[in-house]
Structure formats: structure tokens, C-alpha cells
Ligand binder design. Structure first.
Ligand SMILES: Cc1cc2nc3c(=O)[nH]c(=O)nc-3n(C[C@H](O)[C@H](O)[C@H](O)COP(=O)(O)O)c2cc1C
Length: 260
């Protein structure tokens, strides 16, 4: 699924043709992004302020024949906006609606408004029973998502955002302890994906990759030393070299502690 943002129907038609060619099977329309630059360019949560544009964009996306979903927030500045905005979106008959249970103004700084879930399910049931409803906001992991689904029958799916930064295994069916070796293997997988993406789609911003290192490198002695060394790198090759060196030193350290 490719997610796109913007407000001009013609852009969506050409962009979707391109992503279709690249093998994507569905389109998610971003109507929730709080970023100032995105909003200035009339995308993301700015669509909440311009419902007519939102309807045109959805109609254009649907014309391409791919399944279309929308991801949005409860409102821009006012929480009460959900009372008109969500019914409006449901009237557009999208296949799936993801609701991040906060307004744009609230960013991710307040607890998600779980108290509104049942009302939103009732809206969906009344206006567009075939639209799948996905709930997002403060869901830490799969178990927390399943609990929410049990407490609010009618939810079709959950979306986890920042939970992945805290626990890279948050989607696991049966949570268990993970070894340092497994964590570093995951980091190496992300490095490989980064290189693959760069090769296919042009240079990425390496510095931004660094924010993810702490997800994998923590909770063991020397974690902060290793993290500091990784933060000093400028290429994925340098990261791999440091990890290889660390593997050797860690093996020697473990062998020494066994002997002691
Ligand atoms: C670093 C980061 C990048 C994000 N990028 C997107 C994005 O491209 N599209 C989107 O719909 N939401 C994006 N989000 C928002 C999340 O999908 C989600 O709505 C938000 O984090 C709230 O969920 P959470 O409380 O589980 O984190 C992003 C969030 C973060 C923290």
C-alpha cells in the first residue's frame, strides 16, 4: 500500500498510475499529517479544513481502480470537528478509514481519545457499514490492540505508530525475550533495506537513519558505548564495520566472563 498526500485530484491520478506500475496494490490518502510544510502545501490534515478538496481527491483516487483508504485525525483545532468530518469521509465510501484519535493541534501530546471509539463505530455502522474501521493512537503492541478490539466490538483493525520505536517486536503474536544478537540482526536488516531503497529510488538522508539505532542497541552493558560509536558514522558500511568489530569484542568479553 502506498500512502500519498496532496490536494489536487490530477496529481493523484498521475501519481497513482506510477505507484500502480511499481506494483502497489492499494492507496492510502494521508489526511492527518500535522507537519507544517505538508499543511502549507495543502496536504495532510489541511484536508480536514477543506472537505470539498478531500472528496475530490478520494473520487480521483477511486477512479484508478485501486482500493482506497483514508487516514485522518479527529479534527484540526477543535475536537468536535469529528462529528461532521468523519461522517463526511464515510459518505465518500472508502474501503478503509483509519482514525488517529487526536486533533492536529493535539499532535501526539495528549492521550488518544478512546472515549470516542464507540461513537465512531456507530457512525460507521449507520453511514457506511462496509467501510473497515481502523483505530490508531497510543497502542503499544499487538496485545494492547487486541484488548481494544475486545472492548469495542466493531473495530476492524488497529494501527501502531510509535510503539515500534519502543519495541521492534510489537506485532509479535507471542511476545518473548529477544537476544542482543537478534536485535543487531534486525538493525542489519534495516541497513540492507536502506541500501536497497537508496539503490532503487535515489539517495536517502543517512542522518535520519540514526534515530532508529537506539531501538536495537539498548539494555545491555556497553549499549551506550556502541550507540555513541554508531552515531559517529556516515554510511551503512561504517555501521556494519562497527557492528562486526563489536561482535568480536562482545564474543571475547563473554568468553572472558565464562573463564572468570
Ligand atoms: C516518525 C513518524 C513518522 C510518521 N509518518 C507518518 C506517515 O508518513 N503517514 C501517516 O499517516 N502517519 C505517520 N505518522 C503518524 C503515525 O502513523 C500515527 O498516526 C501516530 O504516531 C499516532 O499513533 P501512535 O500513538 O501509535 O504513535 C508518523 C509518526 C511518526 C512518529
Amino acid at each position: 500500500i502506498a500512502q500519498l498526500w496532496g490536494n489536487r485530484p490530477e496529481d493523484f491520478i498521475s501519481a497513482i498510475a506510477e505507484v500502480k506500475d511499481r506494483g502497489y496494490q492499494a492507496i492510502d490518502l494521508n489526511m492527518g499529517c500535522p507537519d507544517g510544510t505538508v499543511i502549507k502545501n495543502h496536504g495532510g490534515s489541511d484536508l480536514i479544513l477543506h472537505p470539498a478538496d478531500a472528496a475530490r481527491v478520494i473520487a480521483a483516487a477511486k477512479e484508478t481502480g485501486l482500493p482506497v483508504s483514508v487516514k485522518t485525525r479527529l479534527g484540526f483545532n477543535n475536537l468536535d470537528t469529528y462529528k461532521s468530518w468523519l461522517p463526511f469521509l464515510l459518505q465518500q465510501d472508502v474501503q478503509l478509514l483509519t482514525v488517529h484519535l487526536r486533533t492536529r493541534k493535539e499532535m501526539s501530546k495528549v492521550p488518544a481519545h478512546y472515549e470516542l471509539i464507540d461513537e465512531i463505530i456507530a457512525m460507521r455502522d449507520a453511514i457506511s457499514p462496509n467501510t473497515l474501521l481502523q483505530i490508531n493512537g497510543d497502542i503499544a503492541d499487538r496485545a494492547a490492540g487486541l484488548k481494544l478490539v475486545q472492548e469495542h466490538p466493531g473495530i476492524d483493525g488497529i494501527m501502531i505508530g510509535r510503539g515500534i520505536f519502543n519495541d521492534p517486536y510489537c506485532f509479535e503474536h507471542e511476545p518473548k525475550e529477544h537476544s542482543l544478537a537478534e536485535n543487531l540482526e534486525l538493525l542489519r536488516m534495516q541497513l540492507d533495506l536502506y541500501d536497497e531503497f537508496t539503490a532503487n529510488f535515489g539517495p536517502m538522508h543517512f542522518q535520519k537513519l540514526k534515530r532508529f539505532f537506539k531501538i536495537y542497541v539498548r539494555n545491555f552493558s556497553y549499549a551506550s558505548d556502541l550507540r555513541m560509536a554508531l552515531m559517529d558514522t556516515n554510511t551503512t558500511t561504517e555501521v556494519r564495520e562497527i557492528l562486526a568489530q563489536f561482535d568480536q569484542e562482545w564474543a571475547a568479553h563473554k568468553a572472558a566472563s565464562v573463564t572468570a
